[in-house]
Design a protein around this ligand. Structure first.
Ligand SMILES: [Zn+2]
Length: 408
């Protein structure tokens, strides 16, 4: 099927979308339902209309552009929201490459047996209440209590953020009722890691997406005078945290190689120059592509923390903040992507995604697949995020072939 995407047009779209939410500190800040997001959505709606696709929007603000009428839908897309000071490729490349594919198919007058639809999911980045608000709403995986009680990362209830928009908690909860019958979902995304760039391979085909477990943890010890309390009499919550971070990482590296553990945020209290830390609150993020390993890690890491606490005479507490299960990509979609990539003679790597994506959520309601393209030095969620345009061209051409095959 000799049809190719128009890279120049796709590139122009990516640059045009990057104008919305430009942050004076660098990069792009465009959380869902912000002013910048509203402008970006209006721009995208116009693009969908210009392309001659049928525009619609569901109760969660997920935006769609449809080509074709009846039948099971083949869906393609990603998200256009960003983290604070994010880059212009994360999410955007997936939505705009999908748009470009549908434009090309329409221009060529390709006859399909199934409808194609692009989607831009709301709040993939979790600036509002947990990751994947839009795709979870689409899949019917949200619960009422969670979004009623949930505070956004801007410290406001979601309800307040929605005031003045055309959306409400109720419309978000009902969004899945508007979901068409979906045959498959494809998502093109930057890798957000350095594997493809390091190995100089333009295409990654995702075979598994890691599940994750996010927790807030605390060691509670005793705040004592740093000049008078002998070392052996201290109950130092910071040392317990350091001990845990180090031993936990060694454990994952030696027993569960390929899984991940990160202590990314640490707050030391009382946080004074010469006071032994009495309390440390910290974030714990661990991930694995295997459900068994993820479960085992939960037991092993919490046991390790309890052991450290009891050896050092402290207490340990933890509560779960967010959790997703690992996803194995459907073998049919994986096979189609691999075959089409080989036909195009693009070098490819079959790989695991350590980052979460909308595709893992949509996989609850439809077979889903993912294509990765490299980002330079693996940098993402940063103003420095960069790609090579020729990699995007390859990724989008692969996406196009896979869509044609799924919808023909
Ligand atoms: Zn993303």
């Amino acid at each position: 099927m000799d049809i190719k995407i128009d890279l120049k047009r796709l590139k122009d779209d990516i640059e045009a979308l990057a104008r919305f939410g430009r942050d004076p500190r660098g990069g792009i800040t465009r959380p869902s339902f912000s002013q910048a997001d509203r402008e970006a959505r209006d721009w995208l709606k116009e693009k969908i209309n210009e392309a001659g696709l049928t525009l619609r929007q569901d109760g969660a603000g997920n935006l769609f552009g449809r080509l074709g009428e009846e039948g099971r839908t083949v869906l393609v897309g990603s998200h256009i929201d960003t983290v604070i000071n994010g880059g212009k490729f994360d999410g955007s490349v997936g939505v705009l490459a999908g748009l470009e594919c549908l434009r090309r198919i329409k221009e060529e007058g390709w006859r399909l047996t199934k409808p194609l639809e692009i989607v831009s999911f709301t709040d993939e980045e979790g600036n509002l209440v947990g990751d994947f608000l839009g795709s979870r709403a689409f899949a019917g995986l949200l619960n009422k209590e969670e979004i009623e009680k949930g505070m956004t990362s801007f410290g406001r209830p979601l309800k307040d953020v929605l005031a003045g928009t055309e959306f409400s908690l109720e419309s978000i909860l009902k969004a899945h009722e508007e979901r068409p019958d979906v045959e498959a979902f494809l998502e093109l995304h930057i890798e957000q890691g350095a594997v493809l760039d390091t190995e100089d391979i333009p295409i990654g085909i995702v075979e598994r997406i890691a599940g994750k477990n996010y927790r807030w943890c605390s060691f509670l010890g005793k705040a004592d005078h740093g000049g008078t309390t002998p070392l052996e009499l201290r109950h130092d919550a910071f040392l317990a945290t350091a001990d845990f971070a180090l031993k936990g990482t060694q454990h994952v590296a030696t027993q569960h190689y390929g899984s991940m553990i990160t202590v990314g945020k640490v707050s030391v209290l009382p946080g004074s120059f010469s006071v032994v830390p009495g309390e440390v609150d910290f974030s714990l993020d661990f991930r694995s592509a295997s459900p068994e390993t993820l479960k085992a890690l939960e037991n092993e890491l919490l046991t390790l923390a309890e052991d450290i606490a009891s050896t050092r005479g402290l207490a340990f507490y933890s509560r779960i903040v967010d959790k997703t299960e690992p996803v194995t990509i459907s073998p049919r979609i994986l096979g189609i992507l691999q075959e089409e990539c080989q036909k195009l003679s693009y070098p490819l790597l079959t790989m695991t995604s350590g980052a979460g994506h909308d595709a893992q959520i949509v996989s609850a309601v439809a077979e889903s697949g993912m294509i990765f393209i490299p980002c330079i030095d693996g940098i993402s969620h940063s103003p420095e995020e960069m790609i090579r345009w020729e990699d995007l061209e390859k990724g989008a051409n692969l996406l196009l072939q896979a869509l044609l095959r799924l919808a023909s």
